[in-house]
Write a protein that binds this ligand. Structure first.
Ligand SMILES: NC(=O)c1ccc[n+]([C@@H]2O[C@H](COP(=O)([O-])OP(=O)(O)OC[C@H]3O[C@@H](n4cnc5c(N)ncnc54)[C@H](O)[C@@H]3O)[C@@H](O)[C@H]2O)c1
Ligand SMILES: [Fe+2]
Length: 421
């Protein structure tokens, strides 16, 4: 049995063993958390080399030009290309004598057929590296193209944990949204073209070698997308702060990132958003990616993924709608952590009780979501879909995330009833 298969096997056993205690008392087993922590330690997750601030995307081009590559597949979406977001980078690559092949067919929430088409172009044009320029959709599609290319497998075969046997093609990422943190994570989310159900490719080999957080590329991001993607980043950081897997390092990223988002997201959503607010959002989003690698996600994502797939709601918006309800569910058992967040956000003082502080945090999150214009309800949500949503959400969360407390079917139903229009 090779290492990926062994880890898969260990994970399956852990899940099977500790599921018993989860159902019985609804509290996350310490053994399960210890198992997940061990798994993360064994994974030895790398970090990209990161260039930051205005002009960093051009510095990334220069760095890439020193890798001795033949031809780079640039993975992006048509809208970004048409808006001219890539223009300066493409000119810089040409100036540096780099060859590239442009793949512009990524759509939001990319499907396997998009990834297959990108892989086909990579092979046809004899590429030997991949660069994503775009939001999480472009970065995720590019990650799977890069891994499938060297592993000589179909992209679907990479769904699961550590399915890649050899390193991916050299991979570089330049995010143009501040939300997913995909430029840092070991995950890629690809949807089934028929059902739009999201599948996860989790592999340490898809972390980019170099990334650039360039606020210049985010200048034209419309306010609704800025808001939704920014709240995706907030959800990563908050879910990680409440996770049983949180550690000193993830707490540092979470504290810094959450503070940056509360301060900068409303500014970044304004018409003439400053470059500084964009830059801070980009850093917070990157921190969100780093926290996911350490502490994972929780029920907000597990439920939001299903709502997004079923009703075609953008990922960040879906998270923003679900977040306050899952916080309310967790409030009693993670009152201490929520009180800490209220304190470092300045939403309360040491004179407040822990309970009052936790309340202030939940209310603060709701106020931020409302301020940036996200509607709280899911209009199309109907009780007919509850069972399918809950089963899929439990399948995702209960075997992957170190949630603070397990939900019963009734708990999840309450969340969905509150979300229904
Ligand atoms: N891999 C991970 O770790 C991870 C984490 C969270 C989410 N995701 C996935 O990422 C995807 C969502 O990514 P996203 O939220 O970044 O959105 P996206 O990439 O789907 O882009 C959304 C829209 O914004 C437009 N856009 C992007 N940048 C722009 C810019 N600078 N100016 C103008 N328009 C711009 C795009 O053209 C697109 O129409 C989902 O599939 C989600 O599941 C992945
Ligand atoms: Fe997310």
């Amino acid at each position: 049995m090779n290492l990926p298969e062994m880890l898969d096997d260990v994970e399956t056993r852990l899940v099977k063993t500790f599921r018993l205690s989860r159902v019985k008392n609804q509290v996350v087993g310490k053994g399960y958390i210890a198992g997940l922590r061990a798994l993360v330690a064994v994974l030895n997750i790398p970090k990209p080399t990161v260039f930051m601030s205005k002009g960093s995307s051009l510095r990334l081009c220069e760095s890439v030009s020193q890798f001795g590559l033949r031809k780079i597949l640039i993975v992006t979406d048509q809208m970004l290309y048409d808006l001219g977001v890539l223009d300066k980078m493409l000119a810089e690559l040409t100036k540096l004598g780099m060859s590239y092949s442009l793949f512009t067919d990524v759509k939001p929430d990319p499907t396997f057929d998009v990834v297959e088409a990108g892989l086909k172009q990579y092979r046809k044009d004899d590429c030997d590296a991949v660069m994503a320029i775009g939001g999480g959709s472009s970065i995720d599609a590019a990650k799977v193209i890069a891994l499938a290319a060297t592993n000589e497998v179909e992209p679907r075969e990479l769904v699961g944990i550590l399915k890649g046997k050899v390193p991916s093609a050299p991979f570089f990422a330049v995010p143009t949204t501040a939300g997913t943190g995909s430029e840092a994570t070991i995950g890629a989310v690809i949807s089934d073209p028929a059902t739009h159900k999201k599948e996860l490719v989790i592999d340490t080999k898809i972390v980019p070698l170099v990334a650039a957080l360039d606020p210049e590329l985010m200048k034209g991001l419309p306010a609704p997308i800025t808001a939704a993607t920014g709240l995706d980043a907030l959800t990563h950081l908050v879910e990680a702060y409440l996770s049983g897997m949180a550690n000193h390092e993830s707490d540092y990223y979470a504290r810094s990132g959450i503070q940056m988002i509360f301060k900068n997201l409303p500014l970044a959503c304004k018409k003439n958003a400053t470059l500084k607010s964009r830059e801070n959002m980009a850093l917070a989003s990157y921190y969100g990616g780093l926290t996911i690698n350490i502490a994972g996600l929780g029920y907000v994502h597990a439920i939001a993924h299903q709502l997004g797939a079923l009703y075609r709601i953008p990922h960040g918006e879906s998270n923003a709608k679900v977040l306050p309800h899952v916080l309310a569910f967790n409030q009693e058992c993670r009152q201490d952590r929520m009180a800490e967040m209220a304190l470092f956000l300045g939403l309360g003082t040491e004179k407040d009780t822990e309970k009052a502080l936790a309340n202030k945090f939940v209310e603060g999150v709701k106020a931020l979501i409302a301020e940036v214009g996200i509607e709280p309800k899911v209009d199309k949500l109907t009780p007919r879909d509850f069972k399918e949503i809950i089963q899929a959400a439990f399948k995702e969360a209960n075997s992957t995330y170190a949630v603070p407390k397990y939900m019963s079917y009734d708990d999840a139903e309450k969340v969905l009833l509150a979300l229904a229009g």
